[in-house]
Design a protein around this ligand. Structure first.
Ligand code: SAM
Ligand code: SF4
Length: 329
C-alpha cells in the first residue's frame, strides 16, 4: 500500500501526454497557444511506460491519460494499448475534448477502457466557439454519441464561468434526463497559462448547486464513491447523474489519492504545487529503477497537507504561470 506523510493512500495517477491542443479554451490557455514543449522536452512513450510500470508496482491501480489533448499526440493508441497490459492496473481511462476521439472509441473499448471524461462546457455551438475559439462542437457531440453507442461510461466535464456559460447549467443538467451520462460541473481554477490569477470564484460549488436546485428542488444527494472529488446528485426519473467539483474551493484534499505527471516528466503531488521531482531527468541520467522508486518515495513523504498549502508554496515563485494543459486537469 502506498501512503503519503499524512496517511493518505495514493492509488491514482493522472498522466498528461502532451501540452498541445486543437482547442484554445480561454480558461486553459491563451488564444495563440503556449510556448509548446519540444520533442526532447517531452517524455517518450518508453519513458512513460517505464514510470507507469514502477508506479503500478508501488500501488497505483488507476491511470488516467490526459493533456493537452491526448489525441493530438501521434500514435497515442500505442501508449494506451501498452498501458492496458500492465499487470496490477485495474483501471485505465482518459480525459479528452472529443474533437478527434470518435474514430478511436471501438478500439478504446477493445483494449479495456470503460470510462471516458469528455469536456463540454455548453450545448450551444456559438458559445462553444466563444469558449474554445474553435468550431468543433459537432465533432464533440459525435464523440459523446459514439461513446454511448459503445456502452462506455461517459462523464461530461463542464467548467462553470461567470459571464460565459452559467446559462448552460440547466441545459447540461437536462442532458441527464434521457442519457446515461454523468454531468460534472467544475469550479474554474486559476490555470489559464497567462499568469492571470484571482482570489476567489463567483460560481463556487454552493452557487452551482443552488442554481440546479432552484429548477430541480427534488434533486437528491447520492453516495459519493471513495476518493470522489465530486459531490454527487441525481434528479428522480433521470437516467444520468450530476456532480459538482469544488476544484477551487478544495474541499476534497483530506482524502486525496492522486498524483500527476506532466508531459515533461515532472511529478506533481498536488494540482496546486509547482512540481516536486523530475522523473524524466532521473531516467535520462541513467538512474536504476531502485533509485527512481526511492526518489518517488521521498517525494510522497513530503506531500503538502492540502491545495492551499501547496499553492502558498508555489506563490513563492511569482514567475510561475501554469496552463492546465501541462497539469492535465
Ligand atoms: N484536452 C482534454 C480535455 O479538455 O478534456 C484533456 C486536458 S484538460 C486540461 C482536462 C480538464 O481540465 C478538462 O475537463 C478541462 O475542462 C479542465 N480545465 C482546464 N482548465 C481549467 C481551469 N482553468 N479550471 C477548471 N478546469 C479546467
Ligand atoms: Fe485543450 Fe483541454 Fe485545455 Fe481546452 S481544456 S485548451 S481542450 S487542453
Amino acid at each position: 500500500m502506498l501512503l503519503d506523510n499524512h496517511g493518505r493512500r495514493i492509488t491514482y495517477l493522472r498522466l498528461a501526454v502532451t501540452d498541445r491542443c486543437n482547442l484554445r479554451c480561454f480558461y486553459c490557455m491563451p488564444e495563440d497557444g503556449l510556448n509548446w514543449l519540444s520533442r526532447t522536452e517531452l517524455m517518450s512513450y518508453e519513458e512513460m511506460l517505464r514510470v507507469c510500470e514502477l508506479l503500478v508496482k508501488m500501488g497505483i491501480d488507476k491511470i488516467r491519460i490526459t493533456g493537452g489533448e491526448p489525441f493530438v499526440r501521434k500514435d497515442i493508441m500505442q501508449l494506451l494499448t501498452a498501458l492496458s497490459k500492465l499487470e496490477g492496473l485495474k483501471e485505465l481511462s482518459l480525459t479528452t475534448n472529443g474533437v478527434l476521439t470518435a474514430p478511436h472509441v471501438a478500439e478504446l473499448k477493445a483494449i479495456g477502457v470503460r470510462s471516458v471524461n469528455l469536456s463540454l462546457d455548453t450545448l450551444d455551438a456559438g458559445r462553444f466557439f466563444a469558449i474554445t475559439r474553435r468550431d468543433e462542437f459537432a465533432n464533440v457531440m459525435d464523440t459523446m454519441h459514439e461513446l454511448l453507442k459503445h456502452d462506455m461510461e461517459v462523464k461530461i466535464n463542464a467548467v462553470v464561468m461567470a459571464g460565459k456559460n452559467t446559462q448552460d447549467i440547466i441545459p447540461l443538467v437536462e442532458l441527464t434526463k434521457d442519457l446515461p451520462v454523468s454531468v460534472r460541473f467544475i469550479e474554474e481554477m486559476p490555470f489559464n497559462g497567462d499568469g492571470h490569477s484571482y482570489s476567489g470564484v463567483l460560481w463556487d460549488y454552493v452557487h452551482i448547486f443552488d442554481e440546479i436546485r432552484s429548477v430541480y428542488p427534488d434533486i437528491q444527494k447520492v453516495p459519493d464513491p471513495q476518493y470522489s472529488t465530486a459531490y454527487n446528485y441525481q434528479i428522480p426519473g433521470h437516467l444520468g447523474s450530476i456532480g459538482v467539483i469544488a476544484a477551487y474551493s478544495r474541499t476534497f484534499c483530506g482524502t486525496c489519492n492522486r498524483i500527476r505527471i506532466t508531459p515533461q516528466g515532472t511529478l506533481k503531488n498536488c494540482l496546486y504545487d509547482d512540481g516536486v521531482l523530475n522523473i524524466k531527468d532521473l531516467m535520462r541520467e541513467g538512474k536504476s529503477n531502485t533509485a527512481i522508486v526511492d526518489a518517488l518515495r521521498v517525494a510522497f513523504n513530503s506531500r503538502e497537507k492540502d491545495g492551499w498549502a501547496a499553492e502558498r508554496k508555489r506563490m513563492e515563485n511569482p514567475n510561475f504561470h501554469e496552463s492546465m494543459a501541462t497539469i492535465g486537469g
